[in-house]
Write a protein that binds this ligand. Structure first.
Ligand code: CMX
Length: 436
């Protein structure tokens, strides 16, 4: 058994009695109340999910296993010559709560390498897609196609004890994660490089190999590591993480659940916002003839967008109430590596004008930038100008966090998700009774 799997097994044994005790001894303790506004308003703030893998504080931003993002970047081991850590190391941290040693992370990176060969039929499925398809639709389908490989589905059919559910889920997860860079870069080659595929390099780490298969030189390997790490998890209630958890709660395997989570991520209010940001900035760039707008010109552009009934992409958040630390990490990278880039200058100018405008506009609860405000311009700078592709990169990162959660869902025996719905009549009656 690998070091990671062994360690995970020990952690699972320690965690199980805590959950059993909570349900047995405190199962009927009230922890929250639900309002009419929450039932109609997308369940905002309703405490109804559990995960130890990450926690999102509205003021501070995301913590992975208790570590802030700057701490994660500082503490995780890095491949030699790299400024950014191994994505495999992040998976180890998310799964176990421990920062891996160099030996542990290298063993895991080797494990990923062994598992990354893609079945031939996945290439054929991708090839069969019309070339004008959205890459997220192809990515989701390619993952879904591999459902037939699922160890979990096979073992469950054969009769697997509930206690052991996590084990084939772990195997499926590693098998799938290791293949995502190959799937994504193959889709990129098909849609945007006339099918010119670059074969993988078996000596590289997951993200380094992705950069290699994209055909982009350093520091794009570090961009990929940074990108996959910052997008990995944002606690359980966001659409992609929640969808993955919900679908897996029906004992659907990792392939079915991850494909579903990718579909949730593909919405413009969620992961697709990064491509919306680029589209929007290109529009401005055309209007400005490539020049950097001054503050007044930028403000006018932002107001025009709002007055035409559109949201400002890359700004606002359902939970966060401050600048997203994922934005700040990328901003630091831009300042160090691409501070003269015109689109970065646009982004910086937007940071100066948008928060005040959104406050004056008076709708958004959070006027600050989120992860998507900065991520597309970095890709653009390094030559990935096909912005439809950006959400696929988000999806590779998000899969790392969502699947770590799914393994724990199985380990702790979390049941089928099934909240109760009511009719509008019932809600009106409850609302009136509650007002008295
Ligand atoms: N521009 C203009 N209006 C905005 C806004 C923005 N960036 N953010 C929120 N609002 C509006 C909402 O549309 C809503 O208006 P209505 O009452 O007319 O429906 C109002 O402000 C209240 O919204 P909220 O409670 O502040 O935000 P929500 O939780 O409903 O939505 C989010 C959150 C992210 C969907 C929203 O801020 C938004 O649409 N942002 C732009 C798209 C974006 O950047 N998405 C990426 C999110 C990051 C991620 O994927 O994790």
């Amino acid at each position: 058994m690998s070091i990671l799997k062994q360690k995970l097994q020990e952690k699972i044994e320690l965690a199980r009695p805590r959950v059993t005790k909570l349900v047995k001894e405190y199962g009927d303790v009230v922890i929250d109340q639900t309002t009419v506004g929450q039932v109609i308003g997308g369940m905002r703030g309703m405490k109804s999910l559990i995960t130890d893998i990450s926690y999102l504080d509205p003021e501070e931003g995301i913590r992975y296993r208790g570590l802030t993002l700057p701490e994660v970047f500082e503490q995780l081991p890095k491949p030699s010559g790299a400024d950014m850590p191994y994505v495999e190391g992040l998976f180890h941290l998310l799964l176990t709560g421990d920062v891996p040693t160099k030996i542990e992370v290298e063993e895991l990176a080797d494990d990923f390498r062994r598992r990354r060969i893609l079945p031939k039929y996945v290439y054929e499925v991708i090839d069969a897609f019309p070339s004008f398809s959205h890459p997220m639709a192809i990515f989701s389908t390619a993952i879904l196609t591999m459902h037939r490989e699922s160890c979990f589905a096979r073992k469950h059919n054969e009769g697997l004890s509930k206690n052991d559910y996590w084990e084939p889920m772990y195997e499926d997860t590693l098998n799938m994660l290791a293949k995502l860079p190959e799937i994504a870069s193959y889709i990129h080659a098909k849609l945007y490089r006339d099918g010119n595929r670059i074969m993988s390099n078996p000596n590289l780490d997951m993200a380094g190999n992705f950069a290699h298969m994209m055909g982009i030189d350093k520091p794009y390997d570090d961009v990929s590591r940074m990108y996959f790490i910052i997008h990995a998890d944002h606690e359980s209630g966001n659409v992609s993480a929640h969808t993955g958890h919900l679908v897996a709660s029906a004992l659907s395997d990792v392939y079915l659940s991850t494909s579903a989570m990718v579909n949730g991520l593909a919405g413009p209010l969620h992961g697709l916002a990064n491509q919306e940001v680029l589209r929007w900035m290109q529009d401005l760039s055309e209007k400005m003839d490539g020049k950097v707008p001054n503050k007044e010109e930028m403000s006018k552009f932002v107001w025009d967008t709002l007055n035409s009934g559109h949201v400002i992409p890359g700004y606002g958040h359902a939970v966060l109430r401050k600048t997203d630390p994922r934005y700040s990490i990328q901003r630091e990278f831009c300042l160090e590596n691409m501070k003269d880039d015109v689109l970065f200058k646009y982004t910086d100018m937007l940071y100066q004008v948008v928060p005040d405008i959104l406050r004056e506009h008076g709708k958004a609860k959070n006027p600050w930038p989120n992860v998507d405000a900065q991520s597309g311009i970095i890709q653009w700078h390094y030559g990935v100008t096909d912005y439809d592709f950006y959400t696929v990169l988000f999806a590779i990162g998000r899969a790392v966090g969502v699947t770590a959660n799914l393994i724990w869902d199985r380990a702790l025996g979390y049941p089928l998700e099934r909240p109760k719905s009511i009719t509008t009549d019932m809600l009106e009656k409850m609302a009136k009774a509650g007002k008295k």
